[in-house]
Write a protein that binds this ligand. Structure first.
Ligand SMILES: Nc1ncnc2c1ncn2[C@@H]1O[C@H](COP(=O)(O)OP(=O)(O)O)[C@@H](O)[C@H]1O
Ligand SMILES: [Mg+2]
Length: 216
């Protein structure tokens, strides 16, 4: 009997935190290392589809099955890992079914003072979801667009590492201009470079969690 896939969603309470990019990068990196990945674009804004689908509305990434829309959540779960681009948590009607289906969630966050102040609200939404889905586990907070030349980013990151090291996923993801420009080439693989390298390392950080969850 095939084992159920591990269901991982990227979430945030604030827009523009790199949620879609993180979901796509993780899916691509896992698939590139040979895992069978199902990707679900559950955000009605459909950024992930705009980015990952080519002019024939197909995702040609090896080992990735791509689906758009909430209906795909109701279909039988396939693959080893399912990555979901969750809608903004404020969009409760669309985010709730994703949280109910997920095993693990990653909260994406920018290393700026305002983004960090939205984390407690996201944490409450996660707690509420756990009442419905006790399996749900916050894998951690991902700093998704870190500019090493920005002194505020550095200060925020130092503070996070100090106060919330257990919650902070490593490595943090560096800012890379080619990633910002990736949507100029829909359907292509994520651009190589430091950001994609960090996402590949992050899949290795996450692999033990997935192995444990799938073993029980
Ligand atoms: N590591 C990165 N380096 C540069 N730009 C990035 C990086 N990650 C995301 N971006 C850009 O930041 C913006 C917000 O990212 P996105 O994934 O769309 O966030 P969300 O889904 O939370 O709204 C997009 O323009 C995206 O291309
Ligand atoms: Mg998005």
């Amino acid at each position: 009997v095939a084992r159920a896939p591990y269901v991982l969603a990227t979430i945030s309470h604030k827009g523009g935190t790199g949620r879609t990019t993180a979901a796509l990068m993780l899916a691509w990196c896992w698939a590139a290392s040979g895992r069978k990945v199902t990707f679900i674009d559950a955000d009605p804004i459909r950024s992930a589809s705009l980015l990952a689908l080519d002019e024939n509305h197909r995702c040609t990434w090896p080992n990735v099955q791509f689906a758009s829309g909430m209906d795909s959540l109701a279909a039988p779960l396939t693959g080893e890992i399912m990555v979901i681009d969750c809608p903004n948590l404020l969009d409760c009607a669309n985010a709730r079914p994703v949280l109910e289906e997920s095993d693990g969630i990653i909260l994406t966050c920018l290393p700026d003072p305002l983004s960090i102040r939205t984390v407690p609200a996201a944490a409450s939404a996660i707690e509420a979801a756990k009442a419905v889905n006790p399996r749900l586990e916050l894998l951690g907070i991902l700093i998704s667009i870190y500019n090493e030349r920005d002194s505020v980013h550095n200060a925020m990151l130092a503070r996070l590492r100090d106060a919330h090291q257990d919650l902070l996923l490593e490595p943090v993801i560096p800012y890379q201009p080619e990633v910002r420009d990736w949507p100029l080439h829909p359907g292509t693989a994520p651009p190589p470079g430091p950001a994609r390298g960090a996402y590949a390392a992050l899949t290795e950080t996450l692999d033990p969690w997935i192995a444990v969850a799938r073993a029980v």
